[in-house]
Design a protein around this ligand. Structure first.
Ligand code: FCB
Length: 485
């Protein structure tokens, strides 16, 4: 790669006071202790144990063993200077079968986590659902069944009653796009179903679950938190004749299927029309849209890369690489005539293209679409094949210049959006530490802290030191472009 010094590589840009610098993780990806203290099985336990679903047969049984290393990990966050920490709560730790009374040991873990953050001056940002549905609920139909949304509301109430005096930001769902379309459409994620109609029903029940959960939380919390949801927006570019039409179709499924009901109180008419051959949407009941359309204090934005689409000519082999694993099914119900064009590099270890301009474009687009809606970047980061070096004196280091450069360029993009007047409140780097990367198991390292999976020892990478300098100075630190090679 030939780095261009002017390409989102300015240093010395300062972030305003109050802009929150954090890092993010998710329960199944880091906790381990999969069968301890009453935790029930989730769909990811089942999926990861199913041969052929996850790279190398990896599971989250041990993961980073964060469950047992809570205090040390909290100290690590403090040493890195984090101002906020975005974690997720494992529903099956709270309600092992997804229904019924709370498991006190499960609540106790998250209560200690929140207290530990507050004691260190770190703002707790809790996500209620980062993909680990209790298996017992999946056995009843999972997100294709309306009752799951109501079960989620009960779970939200339980957690709100326990932590609703201390959590600063409640995020209901992480990336419902992935839960619905990868879980029920393509089969790349748990529960691994491949049914377009099921995926669209899941979209709606996830949206409904969000609305119901916010209503429940508002009733039980005793502090004054902010309410949020995190979406993985697809930044789309069209190619060739019909590129615009291809963008419209994928935008409807990927973005507007969520922002429509959440922020406008309606499903886009073109989405309903495009998918009429897949489902009649009769799972949308009267009153649902009003429930889903809750005022949001923050809209969470996850951003990694961009997507280019065009209309398929019907003759040449159809390109379907949209950056996710191909497990047989389609994550794009009703869009068989769209193909995904190979993106120009450079790429991260996920094969995702690096394009900080896409983040700036997305933030400006969201401001234009939803004026007055405050935004927060809930995930951004990169996987690279890191190497741990151990010096003669025993000093351990990971010289991850590419990750630091990726982050620096995306922070510049965020800063440019701020300069253009976008109401952006903070930025969470994905991820605090290397972890279980879903279908890719432990083969992809996203952490700013390295985890040795034999010893579980943590080693902050160069990117973590760079980030600490950014947080301390509130100014994007210089980074030698030459170190990128
Ligand atoms: C997002 C997920 C997160 C992590 C990153 C790389 O889609 O929310 O858990 O896997 O991608």
């Amino acid at each position: 790669m030939t780095p261009n010094r002017d390409d989102y590589r300015e240093s010395g840009l300062t972030f305003p006071a109050g802009f929150l610098f954090g890092s993010a993780t998710a329960a199944y990806q880091i906790e381990g202790a999969a069968t301890e203290d009453g935790r029930g099985p989730s769909i990811w336990d089942t999926f990861s144990r199913t041969p052929g679903k996850v790279w190398n047969g990896d599971t989250g049984d041990v993961a980073d063993d964060h469950y047992h290393r809570l205090e040390a990990d909290l100290d690590l966050m403090s040493e890195l200077g984090l101002e906020a920490y975005r974690f997720s709560i494992a529903w099956p730790r709270i309600q092992p079968t997804g229904r019924g009374p709370a498991n006190p040991k499960g609540l106790d873990f998250y209560s200690r986590l929140v207290d530990g953050l507050l004691a260190r001056g770190i703002t707790p940002v809790a996500t209620l659902y980062h993909w680990d549905l209790p298996q017992a609920l999946e056995d009843e139909g999972g997100w294709t069944d309306r009752r799951t949304a109501y079960a989620f509301a009960d779970y939200a109430r339980i957690v709100g009653e326990a932590l609703g005096d201390r959590v600063a930001v409640w995020t209901t769902l992480n990336e419902p796009w992935c839960s619905a379309y990868l879980g029920y459409g393509s089969g790349a994620h748990a529960p691994g179903r491949t049914d377009g109609a099921a995926a669209l029903a899941a979209v709606h029940h996830l949206n409904l679950a969000h609305g119901l959960a916010v209503q429940e939380l508002r009733q039980v919390v005793t502090n004054a938190p902010q309410y949020a949801i995190t979406l993985n927006f697809h930044v789309l570019r069209g190619a060739g004749d019909g590129g615009e039409e291809a963008v419209r179709r994928i935008d409807a499924l990927a973005n507007r299927a969520f922002t429509g009901p959440l922020l406008r109180g309606e499903y886009p008419a073109d989405l309903l029309k495009d998918t009429a051959g897949v489902t009649d949407w009769s799972f949308v009941h009267e009153g649902d849209l009003a429930v889903i359309h809750q005022p949001l204090d923050l809209l969470g934005v996850n951003y990694y890369s961009t997507t280019t689409v065009r209309l398929w000519d019907g003759a040449s082999p159809r390109q379907s690489n949209d950056g996710h694993k191909d497990m047989g099914g389609s994550p794009w119900p009703g869009a068989d005539q769209v193909e995904f064009v190979e993106q120009a590099g450079p790429y991260t270890d996920m094969g995702w293209n690096i394009d900080p301009g896409g983040l700036e474009e997305l933030l400006l687009h969201l401001r234009a679409e939803f004026p007055g809606q405050a935004l927060i970047i809930t995930e951004n980061g990169a996987a690279f094949p890191d190497e741990l070096t151990v010096e003669a004196d025993g000093t351990r280091a990971v010289h991850d210049a590419q990750r630091a450069d990726y982050l620096r360029r995306h922070f510049v993009a965020a800063h440019r959006a701020l300069q253009s007047g976008v109401d952006l409140r903070g930025y969470f780097v994905w991820s605090l530490m290397d972890n279980f990367e879903w279908g890719y198991g432990y083969s992809k390292r996203f952490g700013i802290v390295h985890v040795d999976y034999d010893t579980l020892r943590r080693t902050p990478k160069d990117s973590a030191h760079w980030y600490r300098d950014l947080i301390t100075g509130r100014t994007i630190p210089a980074l030698s472009v030459d170190s990128l090679g």
